[in-house]
Write a protein that binds this ligand. Structure first.
Ligand code: SF4
Length: 376
């Protein structure tokens, strides 16, 4: 915001009175401890949800906003009431803030998230002939599966294009009609007119023109998933063979282009390897000292909180925690990197929290220490 535009503007008397009343409520009643607050408009809409380690300090800072364009001032102008709940720690407040934002989708939170989005996910679409798609966020009502988060949507798109080309996967619009060769009755007998040039030039199996079967397409998609998960190198090996052949044939231009494709695929695989490490390293019991001795233990598996309870003090409570942790950790879970849409935000939140505060990992107890404690 330029200084020229940062003019101080008088609020209307009605807004001023509302803000003064809210300030008084905060001053008189909010304690300086971790908590989550909600800004509620005069007609009852939750317009913003926030969290703070020191709730009173945070809320009072809203009333010091000098310029109308400041985030705090904009939110206050819309609010008629401030409500809050205390939580034992900043970590607990962070989790609750996320849950409330997902539940209410307050417009200021949504707006700010949109401004700040810088992650991308790879989504596998549903329906016949699923395809990979790069998306900016996981839709709340979507039951699809996601890989991510990754940074660099464009780079991701380019690398996935190479993968699609090598394995013959489609990349057309989601609503393109698919006709598999083994589909039974086809509206038009094959060969049909290709849906696009990718089939003609051998870069798509052609599930839109009955040029492939359901199982052949599914096995190529599976191959792609396995490649992304680091299980094999087939797409890179295919390109490498083609690159060497081009080089032997002195077609150096094509060899160079194939080398670039290989590099893009390898960087994609690299990103997935980093994600795998992030997801797999976030499995432990994390005990958080709480305000007023309200310590809590969080059982975190693959980057998501699966259970939480008061931190144990007695031997019996330790046994209860260990049994619960074993119940959470022991059932085998797909080692795949797919994340259900409704869990993506929590994974993001936890991975950024532990990246920001790596020292918090020091006191955690790894999943392996609960192997022998499963409850009867
Ligand atoms: S050939 Fe058909 S299925 Fe493949 S990308 Fe083109 S339109 Fe889509």
């Amino acid at each position: 915001m330029s200084k020229r535009r940062r003019k101080k503007r008088a609020a209307t008397p009605e807004v001023e009175a509302r803000v003064a009343a809210m300030r008084e409520v905060v001053r008189a009643g909010v304690k300086d401890r971790p908590g989550v607050y909600r800004m509620i408009s005069p007609d009852g809409e939750i317009v913003y949800v926030g969290k703070a380690k020191k709730l009173r300090t945070r809320l009072m800072s809203y009333f010091r906003a000098e310029y109308p364009a400041e985030k705090g001032a904009r939110i206050l102008r819309e609010a008629g009431e401030i409500a809050w709940d205390y939580h034992p720690s900043e970590f607990a407040a962070l989790l609750e803030e996320l849950r409330l934002i997902k539940r209410w989708r307050p417009r200021f939170n949504v707006m700010m998230k949109r401004d700040a989005r810088h992650y991308a996910f790879v989504r596998i679409t549903r329906g016949p002939a699923p395809k990979f798609q790069v998306v900016r966020s996981a839709a709340a009502d979507d039951h699809g599966v996601y890989f991510g988060p990754f940074s660099g949507a464009l780079q991701l798109e380019n690398a996935l294009r190479e993968l699609n080309d090598v394995l013959g996967l489609r990349d057309c619009a989601s609503d393109t009609r698919m006709y598999f060769a083994d589909q039974g009755e086809l509206p038009v007998a094959p060969p049909r007119t290709p849906g696009c040039i990718r089939h003609e030039i051998g870069r798509c199996l052609g599930p839109c023109v009955a040029a492939t079967t359901v199982s052949e397409y599914a096995s190529r998609l599976e191959l792609a998933r396995e490649f992304l998960e680091g299980a094999h190198d087939a797409p890179v090996a295919t390109l490498r063979v083609a690159m060497e052949a081009s080089s032997d044939a002195l077609d150096f231009e094509r060899a160079a282009s194939l080398r670039d494709k290989i590099l893009r695929l390898e960087s994609l695989q690299d990103q997935f390897a980093r994600l795998r490490f992030a997801v797999e390293s976030l499995s432990f019991v994390y005990t958080v000292p709480g305000f007023g001795d309200e310590n809590r233990a969080y059982i975190i598996r693959r980057g998501r909180v699966r259970a939480d309870l008061p931190a144990p003090r007695t031997a019996a409570e330790h046994t209860t925690l260990a049994a619960l942790a074993a119940d959470v950790f022991l059932p085998s879970e797909s080692a795949r990197l797919t994340v259900p849409a409704h869990e993506v935000d929590e994974l993001l939140l936890l991975s950024s929290f532990f990246r920001k505060f790596p020292e918090e990992l020091e006191g955690t107890e790894p999943a392996s220490s609960f192997e022998h404690a499963r409850s009867a």
